[in-house]
Design a protein around this ligand. Structure first.
Ligand code: CAO
Length: 537
């Protein structure tokens, strides 16, 4: 009969048991997690250092334990070859010890023993291909170190070591086929000869995963930790020591991985799935090591019938550009309302005459003309940052892009030299280019060189929105639907036709005061229809 005690857990006392992972009667193997403890800094599993049947539990969820508290009693001790030392001593398990600079294995000196590590029960699979051998003769391994990767048609799986020590001989190679019981390698356990203390590498944080407690030799060194790992989140992640070690090896920040196990416990497979998803970049998640959090992956079919349709080519292109702009440019949106009462009166007078000449005179042509005037007054809004982000490039031309809604998705045709065109010419080009866009006949050059973009949803509706800047431009004007509003004027409310404007700008280039000035100037120009109709100099 063996009592399992809480080992040295650093400076922590009265640590809460947040989960009891086994029950009386369970057969546990070496390294089976028994209970999970939670401090304010980390969760840690207490794994079994011996094998046997749980005879009694000394703790329950919610209890508080410290070093030396009894966790449970194992009966019929069936110590595996992986834990020969544990049989000789009162078994002390050693979970992650956050404050301890060294990892102590409670082992009794003994003579080296050669042990064969075999393929464990892998379900119904036989003759499974070895796709990678992860260790070589001479390597020092700990219990649970991944030794080889096997691949069936359905999954890949790692074979973890059931013993710690120095590898004497590796019995398999890439391409071999193995089944349950096939010998993977022979390890020499060297509890007596190897130092029992395994210093943590300097880079490892206090909560770095420790080698398995039954390891009878020096633990494999903890891999270098990528700087982008959020250590606090990593420490808090609900995962066992081997999963933590696996995540460290891959540079995965466990804090970003969603666990699929009970209560969100993270498994090896969850880590693998996260890496695959990050490498594929398919869900907009970032590759390993970048600072972007990933979006949860949901199996929608679990909740009802679904149909999958691929994104169109234009959607893929514009989607990537919008995403790049959204994550790279600090957007601020300034809202404004322009009084276009006179503009609309005037436009109504001119509309029919223009139509006879084949021009559809919509509000957008006037808005473009007003935008030109504002860009001439505030050239910063027509500028771009250079590639290094250290210089501003002021363009001496004004090419206006406008968002066009087409059956294939969003397109942005560009009206060249908009500053040399009057309202009628702008209206004519708007019509020609949007028709071409809808017919999918725009040439590549007709979508290039824009210096500022206008996105009008006024023909559809809405009161305001946040347009995404068409980078490397530094600003974009969103236009919503005009409506009659009561405006306080000369001591009374008067009905005025107000046009909502939403100006997004790159805050690295444009500050808030300039954003507000530009928007106010634009509104002022829209209120002056005569000025907009003047011939272009
Ligand atoms: N307020 C009220 N009415 C407006 C308006 C506004 N701000 N802007 C346009 N309208 C009216 C027009 O006067 C027109 O009415 P009439 O036919 O009675 O004259 C009607 O709405 C439709 O206008 P339009 O859409 O044909 O013409 P437009 O010049 O305003 O816009 C274009 C052209 C290509 C910009 C537009 O068709 C379009 O595709 N808009 C969508 C842009 C878009 O998707 N932006 C979002 C990008 S981010 O996803």
């Amino acid at each position: 009969m063996t009592q399992i005690l809480v080992p040295d857990i650093g400076d922590f006392h009265d640590v809460e048991v947040i989960d009891v992972l086994v029950k009386v009667g369970d057969t546990v193997a070496v390294d089976t997690p028994l209970v999970t403890l939670e401090t304010d800094k980390a969760t840690m599993d207490v794994p079994a250092s011996g094998a046997g049947v749980v005879q009694s539990l000394a703790v329950k969820k919610g209890d508080r334990v410290s070093k030396g508290s009894v966790v449970l009693t194992l009966a019929g001790d069936q110590h595996s070859a992986a834990a020969p030392a544990a049989a000789a001593a009162a078994t002390v398990v050693s979970p992650v010890a956050p404050a301890s600079p060294v990892q102590r294995a409670a082992v009794t000196p003994m003579a080296p023993v050669a042990t064969d590590v075999t393929v464990p029960d892998i379900g119904d699979f036989h003759d499974v291909e070895v796709i990678e051998v992860l260790v070589k003769a001479g390597d020092t391994i700990a219990v649970d170190t991944p030794l080889a990767t096997l691949e069936t048609e359905k999954a890949t799986m790692d074979v973890p070591s059931s013993a710690g020590g120095v590898i004497k001989h590796v019995a398999i190679k890439k391409g071999d086929r193995v089944s349950k019981g096939s010998v993977v390698l022979t390890v020499v356990t060297t509890a007596a000869s190897a130092p029992v203390a395994s210093p943590q590498p300097a880079a490892a944080p206090a909560s770095a995963p420790a080698p398995a407690p039954v390891a009878t030799a020096q633990a494999a060194p903890t891999p270098a930790i990528p700087a982008s790992i959020d250590e606090a989140a990593f420490a808090k992640a609900y995962a066992g020591p081997s999963v933590r070690r696996f995540a460290r090896e891959l540079g995965v920040d466990l804090g970003r991985v969603r666990g699929s196990g009970v209560k969100g416990r993270i498994s090896h497979d969850d880590v693998k799935a996260w890496v695959k998803q990050a490498l594929a970049g398919g869900t907009g998640s970032a590759p390993v090591g970048t600072g972007l959090p990933s979006v949860p992956v949901v199996d929608f079919a679990k909740f009802g019938p679904i149909e999958v349709k691929p994104l169109g080519r234009i959607q893929k292109i514009s989607g990537a550009r919008l995403h790049a702009s959204w994550v790279n440019l600090p957007h601020v949106t300034q809202y404004e309302a322009a009084d276009i009462t006179e503009l609309e009166v005037e436009r109504a007078k001119l509309k029919d005459k223009a139509a006879k000449e084949g021009v559809k005179l919509t509000p957008l042509a006037f808005i473009l003309r007003a935008a030109v005037k504002a860009l001439q007054e505030y050239p910063l809004f027509n500028a771009s940052l250079d590639a290094g982000g250290q210089n501003l490039v002021f363009k001496k031309y004004i090419h206006l892009g406008f968002a066009a809604d087409t059956p294939n998705g969003l397109m942005v045709p560009v009206i060249r030299d908009a500053d040399r065109k009057d309202v009628y010419e702008l209206a004519r080009e708007l019509a020609t280019l949007s028709e071409k866009a809808r017919a999918g006949k725009l040439a590549g050059t007709e979508m290039q060189g824009g210096t500022f973009t206008v996105s009008s949803l006024g023909g559809i509706g809405g009161t305001a929105f946040t347009p995404i800047i068409n980078a490397p431009e530094v600003a974009i004007l969103g236009v919503s639907k005009s409506s009659q509003q009561p405006v306080w004027r000369d001591g009374q409310f008067v009905p005025r036709l107000m046009l909502p404007l939403s100006l997004s700008y790159d805050h690295r280039v444009i500050d808030g005061a300039n954003g507000a000035r530009f928007a106010a100037f634009l509104a002022q120009k829209l209120a002056d229809v005569r000025g907009l109709l003047e011939a272009v100099p």
